[in-house]
Write a protein of this length. Structure first.
Length: 526
């Protein structure tokens, strides 16, 4: 058996089988970040909650995902990369099963935490395995194909989720992960070889606890600043306490990280200028892109009356385009300037978000699809070159830490984005509802004419007394005002997301060019 395993490990195709194995885990982790979006309206209706509560189904997953990411490098070095990858798959699969059994929103959020624990290790450990197995000259190409898994999740996740929600129940979007997870566990056992680092250091528990406190309470404050239950707003004792605890967590984390011998997060990696800048770009990308992902399904289903399946089908071209463009961008990033590719990606992504900020209650299919097609092309151009730029000059012994940190920044950016966009949506909805309410003068001839005509229509179509028809007419007008306020609030969020994304162009300009013979195609040294 050992001889057989040694033979297939030495085979030239082994690294490509490993890549395929890792792509399964990547597909699952990203799938559950996208498949949930189309189910949010049904989950909101099932549990009777609003956006400020339901956004935590996404935020909890992304937050735990981001917090666990830095620990994945230490766990993999200490216990082995194959064991860690297997454990991550098991936690994710088991968490998916529990999510499907949830009986209220709080339980679902808690089980999403278990899912996030597994996903938080899947991505960086898988990326570290791929970057270790492939030589430098093939790394950009491998990362491009690795990105196909994420692209397929972006494309198929909403489509699969939409079908499952319409045909069965919202819980089926979690149960579908179970058979895929079991298959991935078996493949991991058969294909992968074990690898452990030569040295393993003590786990930095204080940094882990402090960064969890910092991020958790900060996101809690950002999410609940405009929540309906928080009557005190941003000045309430609860919000102020959250900010204070978050600040204390940040101070403790920085103080400990700068003094401990083996910190949880190696801030020394940021001495590499290009690594630091690409992570700043990725954080901005996470805030703008991931923060706005839950908006479009809510708009399509609540404002335009799309079914979950129709909503999921809208996202199909995004993943297809990203899957097609990512390998090409990976190959080009090995030959041309990755800055140019990433720059085009950022600009196109911002354009797609700005186009989404012009939605209305009467937006047509082609208008929405144009923005999504541009988004798919942009994401294919952006992520692979940024990954190559970030990891180009990282020593092999620090690759797990660097790849984990690289994904931490993106997920934390996404968590911040969901919290900020959710709070912004609530705030702008209140603003536009008040604004449109003031603009509707119940004594104006126009309002009287509209309500009179609606009253006549209701009386002839539904029947009933004139008094009942008048009440129905008033309710219809009020409903239209509320729908228009919601759409305008969504537009404001998309405009903010586009503006934030566009800011990413400026740090991109600061990236240093590699001199000939250096960087990705040269031997990597410390």
């Amino acid at each position: 058996m050992e001889r057989f395993e040694s033979l297939h490990w030495d085979h030239p195709s082994y690294r490509w089988w490993v890549l395929a194995n890792v792509m399964i885990g990547t597909f699952m982790a990203v799938l559950d970040a996208t498949i949930v979006n189309v189910a949010l309206p049904k989950i909101m209706a099932a549990f009777g909650v609003d956006v400020s509560k339901i956004e935590w189904i996404i935020t909890a997953y992304l937050l735990v995902f981001g917090v666990v990411l830095p620990t994945s490098g230490w766990i993999a070095d200490r216990f082995g990369y194959k064991r860690t990858y297997f454990l991550a798959l098991f936690l994710f699969t088991f968490g998916s099963f529990l999510c499907g059994l949830s009986w209220n929103e709080n339980v679902l959020i808690f089980f999403r935490v278990i899912q996030g624990l597994g996903a938080g290790m899947l991505m960086p450990v898988g990326l570290a395995i791929v970057t270790r197995e492939f030589p430098i000259r093939q790394r950009g190409t491998a990362l491009g194909f690795w990105a196909i898994a994420a692209a397929a999740s972006v494309s198929l996740g909403p489509l699969i989720g939409g079908y499952l929600v319409d045909a069965f129940h919202w819980s089926s979007i979690f149960f579908v992960n179970v058979p895929i997870g079991i298959f991935a566990l078996l493949v991991t056992l058969i294909i992968q070889r074990e690898y452990r680092a030569d040295q393993s250091h003590r786990f930095d528990l204080l940094s882990f606890v402090s960064v969890t406190v910092f991020l958790g309470f900060l996101l809690l404050a950002l999410s609940d600043g405009n929540a309906e239950w928080n009557t005190g707003g941003w000045n309430s004792p609860f919000i102020i306490t959250c900010f204070m605890l978050s600040f204390i967590g940040l101070v403790v984390f920085l103080a400990n990280t700068l003094t401990v011998t083996h910190p949880l997060i190696d801030l020394g990696l940021f001495r590499n200028f290009n690594f630091a800048i690409t992570n700043a770009i990725l954080f901005i990308f996470g805030v703008g892109m991931f923060g706005s992902t839950f908006l479009l399904p809510l708009y399509l289903q609540n404002s335009l009356g799309y079914t979950a399946l129709q909503t999921g089908a809208m996202f199909l071209p995004v993943g297809i385009l990203q899957a097609f463009v990512s390998p090409i961008a990976g190959v080009l990033s090995d030959k041309l300037s990755a800055k140019i590719l990433a720059g085009f990606g950022i600009i196109l992504l911002a354009i797609s978000l700005f186009l989404n900020s012009r939605l209305s209650l009467y937006s047509e299919h082609h208008q929405i699809m144009t923005a999504l097609i541009i988004r798919g092309f942009a994401m294919g151009l952006l992520f692979t070159p940024l990954s190559a730029l970030a990891l180009a000059e990282i020593p092999p012994q620090k690759m797990a830490q660097a790849s984990g940190l690289f994904n931490v920044i993106r997920q934390i950016g996404g968590s911040f984005g969901v919290a900020i966009m959710g709070a912004m949506l609530t705030r702008r909805l209140i603003f536009h509802t008040a604004q449109f309410g003031q603009a509707v003068d119940t004594h104006s001839p126009v309002f009287q004419s509209v309500t009179h005509n609606v009253q006549l229509f209701a009386q002839h179509a539904v029947g009933g007394t004139p008094a009942t028809a008048a009440m129905q007419a008033g309710a219809l007008v009020s409903s239209h005002v509320a729908q228009q306020a919601f759409v305008q609030a969504v537009n404001d969020d998309f405009f903010l997301a586009g503006a934030i994304t566009l800011i990413g162009v400026f740090p991109l300009l600061l990236l240093r060019r590699r001199r000939k013979g250096q960087g990705r195609h040269a031997p990597t040294t410390e």
